[in-house]
Design a protein around this ligand. Structure first.
Ligand SMILES: [Fe+2]
Ligand SMILES: [Fe+2]
Ligand SMILES: [Fe+2]
Length: 396
């Protein structure tokens, strides 16, 4: 039997989506906390509409994830500079595809796909009125309010703008918003400083027992987002997670450890979402300042994961992937007595994957060449030699 974890999916998602919001601020013009703010506004509208707790719960998950396709859409867009979510139906399509396995209480189709639809049918896909899923109609208005708020418009200006464009919003949703927008407290609650606690305070208390496989289906969504952040990362996280799966089977780990290792592999580079693309995608050599920024990524990974109850092992394995046995790794510089076997596995697979995968500027290395380099690293007491030997026999 798989070990279950009692998780509040909303809380879990808030922790992970903080990194998503961070990554998006580059894309959305310094729009901090966008996902969280949309979730807060959408949630308040839902409460004003007396939506039941279960629906509110799912709506908040959808809201936190509404722009999860941005990284992929951006990667495939011809011009990064001219990219805008307002002109990109593909971020809706990619986002819908990517959440297919998310454990919603009740899955509603096309919520993400239609989150930019207009009530009068003038949106990306020409869907109108009640053909647009209810959650999408709420998110669409919340999104517009959040974007304008981040641009610095006052509450009065935002209300005028929303009313001016009344035709694109569901009248019922707009009414609920207008009703709430009379209260100063509603606006204060979405300030950068308060938005997370405002959101947490209104989360419905829906606890769910998720098995590790369910949790993995969430971590996989984030692994896709991480991989989509840069053409240089390609399918790095996915490749590592698959190989980690193989090696765990080889070591005959129990099922709980197997899934925790897959989750750790999915999320090990989560912190890369916080590294600006100018550095991540820089073709030439990095200067020492840029290099330090890159090296901070496992630290971010730890900071996000350690907030999640029950994620202690996962946090450890995921955040240690650039540590070295002789203490010369980063960002902690810890040594072998603090590096458990599973951390060592992940570090080795990370290197193997990096060496063998194709990059835009070079082909991936052959198995034997990669193993040779890793053997040398093991001789220098950087990585675990027994894992290198096992990789050599499992992966060709
Ligand atoms: Fe969007
Ligand atoms: Fe958005
Ligand atoms: Fe890394």
């Amino acid at each position: 039997m798989l070990k279950n974890m009692r998780v509040n999916v909303n809380e879990f998602l808030i922790s992970l989506s903080r990194t998503l919001d961070f990554a998006e601020k580059g894309v959305l013009r310094n729009n901090y906390n966008h996902g969280m703010r949309v979730a807060y506004i959408a949630g308040r509208i839902a409460l004003a509409l007396s939506m039941p707790a279960e629906n509110l719960f799912d709506l908040i998950s959808y809201s936190l994830l509404h722009d999860n396709g941005v990284m992929k859409a951006l990667l495939e867009s011809p011009s990064r500079e001219q990219f805008s979510t307002e002109t990109s139906p593909s971020h809706c399509e990619e986002g819908e595809k990517n959440i297919a396995t998310f454990p919603f209480l009740k899955r509603e189709k096309n919520v993400i796909l239609y989150h930019h639809e207009h009530y009068d049918g003038s949106g990306f896909f020409g869907i109108h009125g009640r053909e647009i899923p209810m959650y999408s109609r709420v998110i669409s208005l919340a999104d517009q309010v959040a974007v304008r708020y981040a641009y610095g418009y006052t509450s009065d200006e935002i209300i005028v703008q929303i009313n001016k464009e009344a035709r694109i919003f569901d009248p019922v949703v707009r009414e609920a918003f207008l009703e709430m927008s009379r209260y100063m407290e509603f606006w204060l609650g979405m300030d950068d400083m308060f938005v997370q606690s405002s959101l947490v305070a209104m989360l419905p208390q829906v606890q769910r027992d998720l098995n590790l496989q369910n949790i993995r289906s969430i971590s996989q969504i984030f692994s896709n987002i991480i991989d989509a952040k840069s053409p240089f990362t390609g399918s790095h996280s996915r490749g590592i997670s698959e190989k980690v799966g193989l090696i765990c089977q080889y070591y005959e780990f129990d099922e709980a450890t197997y899934w925790k290792m897959r989750i750790a592999a999915d999320l090990h580079d989560l912190g890369k979402l916080a590294v600006p693309n100018e550095i991540l995608d820089k073709p030439g050599k990095l200067d020492s300042k840029e290099f330090r920024v890159i090296q901070s990524h496992p630290f971010y990974t730890r900071k996000v994961l350690e907030m999640i109850k029950g994620f202690e092992d996962i946090t450890e394995w995921a955040s240690n992937h650039h540590e070295k046995l002789n203490g010369t790794g980063y960002p902690y510089g810890i040594e072998e007595n603090q590096l458990d076997f599973n951390s060592r596995i992940l570090a080795c697979v990370d290197i193997y994957q990096a060496l063998t995968e194709d990059r835009p500027y070079r082909r991936g290395m052959a198995h034997t060449d990669a193993v040779k380099i890793m053997g040398k690293m093991a001789d220098d007491h950087l990585i675990e030699s027994s894992v290198v030997e096992d990789i050599s026999s499992i992966f060709p």
